[in-house]
Design a binder for this molecule. Sequence first.
Ligand SMILES: [Zn+2]
Length: 365
Amino acid sequence: MSADDPLKEELRATILNGKIPNALLFTGSCEEDKLSAVITFVKTINCLNSSPSCLPCNSCRSCMKIDAKAHPDIITISPDAEKAIIKIGQIRELCGATASKPHEAMMRMVMIQDAHTMNQEASNALLKILEAPPDRTFFILLARGLNDLLPTIISRCRHIRFRPLRVSEIEQRLTQDWGVNPSIAKIAAKSSNGDVKKAMMLANVYEKEPKNGNQNQIKIEKKIEKIDWIKRRKSLLNQLIMVIKPDEHSNSSGAASKFLLALIIAEQLSKEAKIIQELSITLIKLWLRDMAIVKFSKREEELNLSQIVNVDFIGQISDLCMRLSDDYPILALESIHLVETKLQTNASVRLILEQFFLNLVIKRG
Ligand SMILES: [Zn+2]
């Protein structure tokens, strides 16, 4: 959370007046900022050296245990890695874990990460707990937005909104805190939709401690395997170009090989973890958006490069724009929005992706 963020004041006021809500809900696209606020908040409440500034001392037993993720009264629930949802069993376990008094904390904290991934049963089970909150315990739910949360859950929580970080702020964090090359930082920041964690992945930052980090900064946990996203992004976009590019000599074997390639890409992507699929879809969407911008900047001098995300692909994008119909980028963008919507349902990921990539070939006209 940036120092000038007024939300920090909201949390500080809560601590100062001594009325910690039973449940807080933090929403916003930047996971790192939400986590950082959670840690500062719980450390401050439990700090053994209380200070008038309302900040944790970072050196007492409680602060150090929280930092080391070794505090017995800090309970974290996150979506299961395979299905990316929070199941009822995970919430039920909470009942047992919070039935007795906290071990040593003044206030025990239960943090539910990606609370929007709770299914209906899990949400209802949580609601029951929130209706009769356990002793000296508060809940913090983290979510991207309010959309996928039950209204009854939202109404039980004090809602605190985190604004997405500006591209320039993310770029600065990547270059200054993590020593990322400026041109890579620019593309990663623009592709991240205000989420530092995504930007870090795209810039291949997998270290645990920032080069110039402050003590309240959360250490990013690596639940997923290390992926070379710099390489992966390039190869994904090159595959996309291969699919979209009109053939030099239009013949049936050329078209057939495009369809085959479309199916292969769809199959590969459908086998990946959900987080990889989502980030890949975002990268494709931004690339298509760049294409629309280039297409509608009629003359070269009208094109504002600062609006383009994939500046390293500008040559290929311009070349494709000259060879494709005016409405192609818009049709393609519509298709990818549909993919995003459908991926939130239970439909077959492979079929959704196949349809999308095949459409990219068909809609070239
Ligand atoms: Zn302390």
